[in-house]
Design a protein around this ligand. Structure first.
Ligand code: B12
Ligand code: SF4
Length: 586
């Protein structure tokens, strides 16, 4: 039934797969917390194909989209709708390595029903870009008759649609060496009913792709390249207006590093104009690097353009670790200055911290987290395992050296140890990860973060909500906050294909106990943090709160413990200030 020819309509069903939890159930919520930009990008491309009637003047292209993180996929229903339309296909969108097993399970079910399936995203692109031969899981997909798409789809969707509709789609579409220009490219968009399944109704767009840096654990540079390609201010304005027409003005700007988008300034200027002149209530969440404060006017303009929160790849505070992964651009002696820059502009900071660099030990990690709490004015810290993600240089090197890596892609979610660590056993590393959340999110430190928020004028509700989610997601729900949502669903029949579907008499009692256990833990945490915030807000001392992390002094002075601890390593760091070697214990 491959490529059923459309009579009047061709229905494309786009599904962004989720992934499986430890018990093999799909990680799915009533509402998710972050939007899928991959879904919005592919949806936008299909809208263009539909408007251009690329399958012929008599064929309507109908599109539906869902993110499995917040929507249950009804496989039989999808098949029915495609058949009723007279033909169509299923697109498995933006599939990351950790989502590949789930995507394959979905693909298998759709193939059984005879539907054409095309899969794209970072697992396909990363593996094909870095490995000389196809890994077994991609081969399995091909054997099932799933078509793979590697590279970016801008300018290529018509070809795929026409091939599928004609029943002669290629097994693999490979566009990795031909990166599309982004100026005037079709932009990401999703219908309101898809966006509103995300808490806060956040939509998304990428203002650019590509990053000039070379971190060895990163997949992005090997798929999207190191050259900055960017949208124009006109494109960004069009995105804002199209979303605003649907009542949506909050955006997650998914550039991995917006500070290295060569067009950042005209883009921010246009957003500022839209906000200040036309009164669009734009709110932005940006991802930036640790040197962004050095770009004149960057932080100030980002804040004026509506940026209320930034995600920063801090990764580690040990220069040796950073050098080892070629993250030479991270200068630890500038971290505080950068964080204070955002704080002065009332922007909340989230920082990613990677555990498991080669020289890390449980003791060094514990020490580093304590140093961060005391000396860096970051609001939210989130932890990840150093993971050899398919598509990264680390993965390629381990693969070529034949070093064992976890064969289960579901574990490549940065929440599992996927290869051996030189100094820590798997158990020790696993414990370090669990302990990191507990060590950072103590009630005492949570209170300090709240006091810092009050004195800096950062939105208290936002800080309180984020602290609650980040303190609880990994410890209570067993999922990383980046995968978190509200009201977890666990459907008995949506279980990993390698695991048995449980008997209802076993499943439902287990689920009831599980539900009450998790809910009671959340209620206790919410209650406790609300009480702390109420106390902090009522305390006049919060208005003048000051601690070492808020001190503007930085850069290797005798009170900067985090610079002091690494004094011997800083001189070997690329771009270190000449004064750093002189730093001694105070
Ligand atoms: C935004 C983002 C998120 C968002 C939203 C997810 C999303 N996909 O939109 C959030 C915060 C939820 C997220 C979470 C995670 N993410 Co993320 N994320 C990104 C980021 C920064 C941008 C994604 C994006 O919009 N890209 C732009 C789109 C246009 O590119 P694309 O997805 O490749 O899609 C294009 C093509 O692949 C193709 N295509 C894709 N699908 C299809 C389907 C068909 C049918 C066709 C024809 C074509 C096609 O066309 C698209 C348009 O050109 C990427 C890095 C990056 N630069 O892409 C990381 C990235 C995808 N994430 C990654 C990871 C590891 C994660 C996490 C596991 C952990 C973490 N720390 O981030 C969690 C997982 C949680 C989850 N269940 O999703 C990795 C994946 C690497 C890998 N090998 O799996 C990436 C590459 C970053 C990295 N660290 O290397 N992420
Ligand atoms: S700065 Fe971020 S996007 Fe750039 S190479 Fe490093 S990890 Fe990748």
């Amino acid at each position: 039934m491959e490529g059923i020819l459309a009579k009047r309509a061709f229905r494309v069903v786009l599904i962004k797969p989720s992934h499986y939890d430890q018990d093999g159930y799909v990680i799915q919520w009533l509402r998710s917390t972050l939007p899928s930009n991959s879904l919005a990008s592919v949806y936008g491309l299909l809208v263009e194909c539909a408007q251009d009637r690329v399958l012929g003047p008599g064929v309507d292209i109908e599109i539906e989209a869902c993110d499995e993180c917040n929507t249950v996929v009804d496989v039989a229903g999808v098949a029915k709708r495609i058949r009723a339309a007279g033909g169509g296909m299923v697109g498995l969108i933006g599939v990351q390595s950790n989502q590949f097993p789930r995507a394959l399970d979905l693909g298998r079910q759709f193939r059984k029903l005879g539907l054409p399936v095309v899969m794209g995203g970072f697992h396909v692109s990363g593996c094909i870009s870095m490995l000389s031969e196809l890994p077994p899981d991609l081969q399995e997909a091909l054997d099932l008759g799933i078509h793979l798409f590697a590279g970016e789809a801008e300018g290529r969707m018509t070809e795929v649609l026409c091939d599928v509709a004609a029943g002669n789609a290629k097994p693999i579409y490979k566009y990795l060496n031909d990166l599309p220009e982004m100026a005037a490219a079709v932009y990401p968009i999703l219908p309101r009913e898809v966006v509103t399944r995300v808490v806060g109704h956040y939509s998304s767009f990428d203002a650019g792709r590509g990053c000039p840096f070379q971190c060895s654990f990163c997949t992005i540079i090997n798929v999207q390249g190191r050259k900055s390609r960017f949208r124009t201010p006109d494109d960004v304005e069009a995105i804002v207006r199209a979303n605003a027409e649907q009542g949506i003005t909050r955006f997650f700007v998914t550039d991995d590093n917006f500070a290295r988008n060569r067009n950042w300034e005209p883009i921010l200027d246009r957003l500022i104009e839209l906000r200040e002149r036309e009164k669009f209530n734009i709110k932005l969440l940006l991802q930036v690097d640790t040197l962004c404060h050095r770009i004149p006017g960057f932080i100030e303009k980002a804040a004026r353009a509506g940026c209320t929160a930034v995600f920063i790849g801090l990764e580690n505070i040990n220069p040796e670790s950073l050098m080892g992964t070629k993250k030479r651009q991270n200068k630890i002696w500038e971290y505080r200055e950068m964080l204070l820059g955002w704080r002065r502009n009332k922007v909340m900071t989230y920082a990613g911290y990677i555990l498991g660099f080669p020289t890390d030990t449980p003791e060094s990690i514990a020490r580093d987290i304590e140093i961060i709490k005391k000396e860096l004015p970051v609001d939210i810290l989130e932890f990840f395992y150093l993971t050899p993600l398919p598509g990264s240089e680390d993965h390629k090197n381990l693969h070529m050296r034949g070093v064992p890596m976890d064969p289960d892609m579901n574990n490549y979610d940065l929440e599992h140890a996927c290869t051996a660590h030189p100094l820590m056993s798997k158990e020790a590393w696993t414990k370090v990860y669990a302990d990191a959340w507990t060590r950072y999110y103590t009630d005492e430190h949570v209170e300090t973060i709240m006091r810092r928020a009050v004195v800096s004028g950062i939105n208290r509700t936002k800080v309180l909500d984020s602290l609650t989610i980040f303190a609880g997601a990994a410890r209570i729900e067993g999922v990383h906050p980046l995968q978190f949502g509200f009201f977890r669903r666990k459907l008995r029949t949506q279980r990993r294909s390698s695991l048995p579907i449980r008997n209802p008499l076993v499943f439902y009692p287990w689920r009831v106990v599980d539900f009450f256990k998790v809910s009671s833990q959340w209620l206790r945490l919410v209650w406790r943090y609300r009480r702390i915030m109420a106390r902090v807000a009522a305390d006049p001392a919060s208005q003048t709160h000051f601690d070492e992390a808020l001190s503007a002094h930085t850069g290797g002075g005798d009170t900067d413990q985090f610079v002091e601890v690494f004094a011997d390593k800083i001189p070997h760091t690329h771009g270190a200030p000449a004064r750093a070697p002189a730093v001694v214990a105070g």
